[in-house]
Design a protein around this ligand. Structure first.
Ligand code: SF4
Length: 324
């Protein structure tokens, strides 16, 4: 692996729930001991069912949430214990593209101000003229008409609004971007275009992406490595091509068995693994392996011991007592 831009170690994020004067709040264990490393200029896909904690990982990594425990090193420095000036600089270099482009853009601001505001905060443009030129350059870069700088978000389509969100993230010249389900709120016909734009930008600007999604086929397309999450934990990480061809964790197998194959004879033969039961509550996760209540390969130890992450070589990691 080349130089790591981001190293996340044993990251935990718990949210208090309820509680009162005489009552200790319960804890929602949204992220419960997640570790991964990201290589500069590459994409790591983060997948899993809704509520598995993938968005919380992204938000905690870029500092929208304070971690409950764990370490986040960005280019070798601890993002949370760094001096204030370094923290601000790290924040500039770590940006996020949000899932819902309509909710994340201020409807009262023009696109010029939406994209220009982060530049103002970080003092990246000298004067109005340079600011306008930079905004127009960014609009052009993400495939929008630079003459639309004075339009409002409601004057754009869903796909165009997501492009505005991408331009806003790029406005402060980041190195690392969390793409939080960036295509799930746009039409299917537009999704591939957005993904192609992101890929082109990655190549041109040497960006690193943490790509969060539940559309497994799109993740396969854009990511070099993929991490699979279940109930706040990463259960398997591998190279994208390897993970899709040879998953070993029972949960990864079940998840991938639901991905349609674009080959009718193969698709007809495909055997779907149906998971039984519901995802347990992150307030009170089951003891041992948190997947044992739904796993078809569970053995007695699974109910007692949390499986350690095992290194199977070539960057393939799996947390399972009885993987195949
Ligand atoms: Fe299934 Fe046990 Fe592996 Fe958990 S540790 S995934 S319960 S086999």
């Amino acid at each position: 692996m080349n130089k790591a831009i981001l190293e996340v170690t044993n990251l935990k994020k718990y949210f208090p729930l309820g509680g009162g004067f005489f009552k200790t709040p319960e804890l929602v264990r949204a992220v419960d001991g997640v570790s991964f490393t990201m290589e500069a200029g590459k994409t790591l896909g983060l997948v899993g069912e809704s509520g598995c904690g993938k968005t919380t990982v992204g938000r905690t990594v870029i500092g929208l949430y304070k971690p409950s425990a764990g370490k986040i090193l960005f280019e070798g420095s601890d993002v949370f214990s760094a001096p204030k000036a370094d923290k601000i600089e790290a924040r500039r270099q770590m940006q996020m593209i949000f899932q819902d482009p309509y909710a994340s853009l201020n409807p009262r601001m023009t696109v010029g101000d939406i994209v220009g505001e982060p530049m103002d905060i970080h003092r990246l443009a000298k004067g109005r003229k340079q600011r306008q030129e930079r905004v127009q350059h960014l609009l052009n870069l993400v495939g929008l008409n630079p003459d639309h700088i004075n339009r409002y978000p409601h004057e754009f389509s869903g796909g165009q609004r997501q492009r505005v969100g991408i331009a806003r993230a790029l406005a402060v010249e980041p190195k690392f971007i969390v793409c939080d389900e960036p295509i799930s709120a746009v039409d299917v016909s537009i999704q591939a275009q957005i993904v192609n734009t992101l890929e082109q930008l990655q190549e041109d600007l040497h960006l690193t992406f943490l790509f969060i999604a539940h559309d497994l086929s799109m993740v396969k397309y854009i990511s070099q490595r993929v991490a699979v999450m279940y109930l706040g934990k990463i259960v398997e990480i591998n190279l994208s091509s390897e993970l899709y061809a040879h998953p070993v964790h029972p949960y990864t197998k079940a998840l991938l068995s639901a991905v349609p194959i674009a080959d009718p004879p193969l698709e007809r033969k495909r055997k779907r693994i149906l998971l039984e039961g519901d995802v347990p509550s992150p307030i009170n996760p089951p003891p041992g392996c948190c997947f044992h209540t739904r796993c078809n390969r569970a053995i007695p130890i699974c109910k007692e011991e949390i499986p350690e992450m095992q290194d199977l070589g070539n960057g393939h990691l799996v947390a399972c007592h009885n993987y195949e």
